[in-house]
Design a protein around this ligand. Structure first.
Ligand code: E85
Length: 232
């Protein structure tokens, strides 16, 4: 997170750290006791033998916290149309190997199911353990930042993304305040509801000419319901 600040510990009890071989890789968020949502890109570059785990209830990645619990993963469901060449359908469902124990520090986050676009200018927030400087500084504790939504028509202008933003994506301003490497997969939260998922897009951070791109969760409600219903 660039231009943000340390989050209040455990005030975002839905936040997940998606870890590979014990290292934070991406953000994510708890949907219910069995399922976590993140970004498909997070697991694409993973070597087959790598171990994916989900850390819940954390504020600090390194310090012991009674609320922290590292969960094994039963199955990964990247969207079938996602691929590492582009950012379309960048959404991942993670089935935990055991039921998550809920607490004041571990709670699910509702996600938007209505298709209506969120209004430009709406102030939303993103949190994560992604880098906090262009030099690549990694925070130990959860960071957060508030970002205004950018209307898709504006975001598709030539000076920004020149019609690359589909109706399954949301834009947010990126001037100084922005998500960055390691924040992918985390939720864009507006009025207490997850509207989007951080995607790396152009990988650029903090540059106003490259607004942040977020997967629009409401566009995938049918797929989400089908996966959650199908898996054991
Ligand atoms: N703001 C959009 C966004 C959201 C999530 C991730 C990302 N960036 C990245 N996703 N993956 C990456 N691999 C390498 N470098 C990356 N960005 C980077 C790194 C150092 C300095 C800097 O200015 C930008 C990214 C960008």
């Amino acid at each position: 997170i660039l231009g943000g600040r340390e989050a209040e510990p455990h005030l975002r009890p839905y936040m997940a750290s998606i870890q590979v071989d014990g290292r934070h890789l991406c953000g994510g968020f708890l949907l219910n006791e069995w399922w976590v949502m993140s970004a498909a890109h997070c697991v694409e570059e993973m070597s087959p033998g790598a171990t994916v785990q989900v850390l819940l209830g954390a504020h600090s990645l390194s310090q012991p916290e009674t609320s922290k619990h590292l969960y094994e993963v039963r199955n990964l469901f990247p969207h079938p149309d996602s691929n590492h060449d582009n950012i379309h359908h960048d959404i991942l469902l993670i089935q935990l190997a055991e039921k998550a124990t809920l607490s004041s520090a571990v709670q699910p986050l509702p996600y938007q199911r209505g298709a209506r676009d969120i209004a430009g200018g709406t102030l939303c927030s993103v949190a994560g353990w992604g880098i906090t400087s262009h030099a690549g500084r990694k925070p130990d504790r959860l960071q957060q930042v508030e970002l205004p939504i950018m209307d898709r028509t504006v975001c598709n202008q030539r000076i920004y993304y020149d019609n690359d933003i589909t109706d399954k994506m949301i834009c947010a301003e990126s001037r100084k305040k922005d998500a960055c490497r390691g924040d992918s997969g985390g939720p864009l939260v507006c009025n207490g509801v997850a509207e989007g998922i951080v995607t790396s897009g152009s990988r650029v951070c903090g540059n106003w000419k490259k607004p942040g791109i977020y997967t629009k969760i409401a566009s995938y409600v049918d797929w989400i319901d089908s996966v959650l219903a199908s898996a054991s």
